[in-house]
Design a protein around this ligand. Structure first.
Ligand SMILES: [Zn+2]
Length: 225
């Protein structure tokens, strides 16, 4: 009896630190590639009422997300940090992956390509997430679950296979957190509130992904909805 009483607190001392390390610091040493979609002469979607261009929203989110991830211990590599025209999507991903390999001796752990959707209606909103391969499903689902509350309108996480996600066989996803063509979204962007809300959601999604992966989940599988 005395043995059991003594052993339990001792075991918890051993186990608890291992559990809290991965949950408290999921970004330690992670190599994360962020792609701000479009750029330069390629504007992406444009809000007809306010003239807000998708390329600028993508970049603002990517830069702020980078800062938040770096502060949390990740190494972050960007496909662009300015309003730069894409010469080649394939080359952009190859270049960012080369940076991961140079810094960490391995391919990027994840690539998130940040986009915002476009529609001919100025009042259509929703959250959509795209992935390319089976290995991407866990990441896509984690990001989608985190981003969906931004609009509350679920357009699913779907197997699409386009954009940056098709190159270098990286675990990757393309996020369309909301429609920048939606006037209320453009208003929130211009008011300065929307970027921070999305960055928090992107960060939460990545955090959930790495925590699940560290605990043995996040291996993919399942079906998109
Ligand atoms: Zn786009």
């Amino acid at each position: 009896m005395t043995k059991k009483i003594f052993l339990l607190p001792f075991l918890s001392l051993l186990i608890i630190p291992f559990m809290t390390v991965s949950a408290a610091a999921p970004f330690d040493g992670k190599l994360i590639a962020l792609d701000a979609g479009h750029g330069g002469s390629e504007t992406g979607a444009v809000n007809a009422t306010y003239g807000v261009q998708e390329k600028d929203v993508n970049l603002a989110v990517a830069l702020a997300l980078r800062d938040k991830l770096v502060a949390a211990g990740a190494q972050v590599f960007m496909t662009r940090t300015t309003d730069e025209t894409i010469s080649s999507r394939k080359n952009r991903v190859a270049a960012v992956n080369d940076q991961c390999i140079a810094a960490g001796g391995r391919k990027c752990d994840v690539l998130v390509s940040i986009h915002h959707n476009g529609n001919s209606s100025s009042s259509h909103d929703g959250t959509l997430t795209i992935y390319n391969e089976k290995q991407d499903v866990a990441l896509a689902k984690a990001m989608h679950d985190a981003l969906l509350p931004l609009t509350g309108q679920d357009e699913g996480y779907l197997n699409g296979g386009y954009g940056m996600t098709v190159y270098e066989h990286l675990v990757s996803t393309l996020t369309e957190a909301y429609y920048i063509t939606d006037d209320s979204e453009a208003q929130q962007y211009l008011a300065g509130t929307r970027i921070g809300e999305e960055v928090d959601a992107q960060f939460a999604g990545l955090s959930a992904y790495f925590i699940a992966k560290a605990s043995g989940g996040g291996k993919g599988g399942g079906r998109p909805h």
